[in-house]
Design a protein around this ligand. Sequence first.
Ligand SMILES: [Cu+2]
Length: 281
Amino acid sequence: MFNLKILAFFSSLLSMLFISNHASADNIGQAVPWGLNLREPFSGLMAEMVVFHNGLLWLITIISLFVLALLVIIVVKFNAKANPKPSKTTHNTFLEIAWTAIPVLILVIMAVPSFKLLYKTDVIPEAHMTIKAIGHQWYWSYEYPDHGNFTYDAWMVQDAEEIEGQDRPFTRLLTTDTQVVIPVGKVIRVQMTSTDVLHSWTIPSLGVKKDAVPGRLNEIWLQADREGIFYGQCSELCGTNHGYMPIEVRAVSEEKFLSWVEQAREEYAKVGEDIDLANNK
Ligand SMILES: [Cu+2]
């Protein structure tokens, strides 16, 4: 009876956690006040991670409750008052094999979906396009090699005035002056590297995180299933302004993406191009 009550309490607590995964009204992937659990997924990959995470949460809750129940039984039933003449039993072969084999079995069962998911994040499906993200102390720069090889920097925006008139919200510490624009629904390969120290390119809503390492090219893939804005932050301690080099990804329709590309090719420099700033050429 007692155990059932504890179980009921924890299961109601858990369901509270699950529904408090706030859906953001305007398709913005960011942390919300009082939000618990992982944030709302905007990609199939992240949705699978959330399911896996929630499944494990149930599993560890059941295991913890089981161990707690055993402890409670021992405390109540075998204390000096209730059990003045303790038994002299020392070994029980069956029990010892069971409490070794069962946890191993549980770990093996957990490993199967875990490795599947890990493999899925690691192996890039046929990619529609590639973006290169380069970490700097303390901003990101991007290259679009498949669309004219233009490049631009993305710096954190200090206050709302800087992006006045633009069709997007100002989010403190997360909004950048230029966005990483991607077409919705397409598989995008993101390659990352760094020019100075370790950085990490992270978008929680899309289930993406990978280190940007100087002298090395890492890659990862993402696929936004809805249009929207997804924020991320550098996730590798990289110096004093580590907390001030956010990432803002915007997923738009293919049409809007191509018109953005047109504009970006006009506006931004080509990779490796020598620009004569003095003559503005
Ligand atoms: Cu960094």
